[in-house]
Design a protein around this ligand. Structure first.
Ligand code: ZN
Length: 168
């Protein structure tokens, strides 16, 4: 396992669509392990393969309830609406308000290419949407209502600082 370099906004790879994973390989398993380690090291709640420079349909998520690995994920159901702050490990120090569905069901494969179905509300629903967008080359910054704001300068405000730690 090794930490991978997280690509930042402005890097063209973050705007490209990812290819489907046809077969799991030792190389891709190592990528998944590295993505989890990199996400935890950066204290993010999610990470998509293009964020570490690999254009494959792989995301990892952990909102504090244990790691989720999704290969070739698709959202199959979504409903409700939530509006809240969102951040991204590829856009360090920034956050913005994004409207997302409040409830999402996604299907995909795990690291053993076994089918998995993930159902999430609130933060998990937000993280699933955010990470799956990365696989389409879509950054949350294109969906922000209003302006991005600087999270560091908000630390002394009355607002809940936890909201800014949810970088994906
Ligand atoms: Zn992100």
């Amino acid at each position: 396992m090794a930490l991978r370099h997280i690509r930042e906004i402005g890097d063209e790879i973050l705007t490209k669509k990812c290819r489907e994973v046809k077969a799991m390989t030792p190389h891709l398993k190592e990528l998944i392990s590295d993505m989890l380690e990199t996400m935890y090291d950066a204290e993010g709640v999610g990470l998509a393969a293009p964020q570490v420079g690999v254009l494959r349909q792989i995301v990892v998520i952990d909102i504090g309830e244990g790691p989720i690995v999704l290969v070739n994920p698709r959202i199959i159901e979504q409903d409700g609406e939530q509006e809240g702050n969102e951040g991204c490990l590829s856009v360090p120090g920034k956050a913005g308000v994004v409207v997302r569905p409040n409830h999402v069901v996604a299907e995909g494969l795990n690291e053993n290419m076994e089918p998995v179905r993930i159902e999430g509300e609130e933060l998990l629903a937000r993280a699933i949407c955010h990470e799956l967008d990365h696989l389409q080359g879509v950054m949350y910054t294109s969906k922000v209502k209003g302006e991005l704001f600087d999270t560091a300068s908000e630390e002394d405000s009355e607002e809940d600082s936890e909201a800014y730690e949810e970088e994906q």
